[in-house]
Design a protein around this ligand. Sequence first.
Ligand code: MRU
Length: 359
Amino acid sequence: MPVRFDESKGAVVWLEQTLLPPDKAEGRDETWLTSTKTADFIRALKRLEVRGAPTIGVFAAYAVASLTFNVPNGESDPIAYIQREAERIANARPTAVNLRWAVNKMLSTLEELGPTPSLEDVRKAFLTEAKTIEKNEYEAGKRIGEFGNSLIEDGTTIFTRCNAGQVACGGFGTAGGVWRTSWAASKDISVVAATTLPLMQGARITMWELERDGIPSTLIGDNAVAWKLANTPGKKAFVVGADRILLNGEVANKIGTFQDAILAQFFGVPFYVAAPLSTIDPVSTSIPIEMRDPEEVKNLLGKLRITTRTARAENPAFDVTPRDLISGIITEKGIARAPYSESLSALKGANPRSARRVV
Ligand code: MRU
């Protein structure tokens, strides 16, 4: 589990994902950080120390729980303080809807506590809710794995992007849950992961997780996807994660996913998205795309400048894949197929009329 809660200190403990993979030969082990401070929670989210939509949700839930342990002395209205700080956490990143979803879910427990709950009552309610969110995201991954496995034939090469495995998804994995389940079912599969510029989550994290699981895997550069599809015989499928899915079936995922989906269509390869229902946004009709610091594009992992000092760069962290390119959306309650407005609304228990086309 990439996020934990230390009840003795009211602190959140998280795996520092920017330092993955560990490398014993180089003396680099996993780094775990601990804090009770809103500023640290926000920094961890913005820097991607904690990343991946479902894990971001679990982290945000524990961060809000931590607030109840650490109300400053002399704070005249602790609940208002908690709500203000929670709002700051919810605004740390814009695209993964799990962040806002988890914070709202935590704060909505206040409604059941009456008009003037004690801090002790709020603390108990928040901790219970955060633990439930953590457990549900883990179990959602397991069920997504089972549904997804039903789509994967023996002998399939699975293509993916970024990282939607254990550390990104609350411990089991969404896209990662699919290949882990297929592998556990003794299917002869292998996974091709794209490096995923600029922050290399595919190279650094997906490959590490695949190796830990002993699943046959190959890393390719981001610009080698077409070549690899053309040069891989046999059955192929894409399975990727998601950061926000609209009821109309449009999917925001790591930058490059839209390109992958176009290539999948060209090569006649099915393109599946795997995500928990917490990633489905039942309200919005468009998806805010996080624009990150251009320096991330200009400098390889902050270490090596690869262009001129003055080069103009853009760094969109996500893109939106149109629903027509998506063969199915795998959730913990089943596989949604087109028309997505109906199938996703039914799975989410939402009103299909809020599902409109946006791209
Ligand atoms: O910016 P990140 O690393 O938080 O991006 C999220 C992702 O890892 C991917 O887009 C992923 O495929 C979906 S979240 C499991």
